[in-house]
Design a protein around this ligand. Sequence first.
Ligand code: HBI
Ligand code: FE
Length: 287
Amino acid sequence: MSDDLGKPPPGAAADWTVPQRWESYTPEDHATWDRLFDRQAQLLPGRVTPLFLQGLDLLRLSKPGIPDFEELSERLMKATGWQVVAVPGLVPDSVFFDHLANRRFVAGNFIRRPDQLDYLQEPDIFHDVFGHVPLLANPVFADYMQAYGRGGQRAAAAGAIDRLARLYWYTVEFGLIRAGSGLQLYGAGIVSSFSESRFALEDPSPNRIGFDLKRVMRTRYRIDDFQQTYFVIDSFEDLLDQTLNNDFGPIYAQLSEAADIGTEEVLATDHVYHRGTQDYARAKLAT
Ligand code: HBI
Ligand code: FE
């Protein structure tokens, strides 16, 4: 949660946006983008939902160097009416929800250092733009993100932001989607990560479980390492149907007494695609 961030930093507007200042990226910054881009472009075909690749193409994110948000927003606006705006880093939940509810995606304007290619805590421009923006060119996913923003505003009033944040985490950030007899990636936290792109799909360690709204809202998540459980949706249409097209008020009420589910747990009621060995997580604990 990001409610303790206070006021926008100097130079930022009241809605926390800042100019992207594309001309101030160094050649090293652009080279970092290109390296990250090339790695994922090699890895993702076949692993990621084709809807993501269609978005990459449509938005022409592949041209060398860090994208200019104005050009990107122009293309995205034509596709689904979304824009990309720059922010200095994490913004408070209420600000984040307000942007989404108005079809503005906030993206960090900085890029990781060359020695942080594989891991960093705060979302940078590669995670935010490469990871999140391609699916915003998909009309159904674009509606899901806007509905999430509106839902966030209501969840804040209901004191249920934690529940809603779990939905975001296990779909927008770390979601898997069914593809024929197999699974594919769509979550931005996975598709922007070289190592998690393979781990989430191919490693025997994590659970892969059919998406169920209440189940997901009860499940804790990890912010420090690979997930121990991934949730699988059937389609974006189905995700939108099962979630944000409904009123969450009664669901929050039903869940108010429900115990949390651990990051590694499998329930008898789960639709299990793969029961994880949790070998990776256990080995990490032992070190
Ligand atoms: N701010 N810049 C930025 N990016 C996010 O993904 C983000 C945020 N603030 C709050 C937030 N996400 C989440 O905590 C909400 O979805 C609950
Ligand atoms: Fe993200």
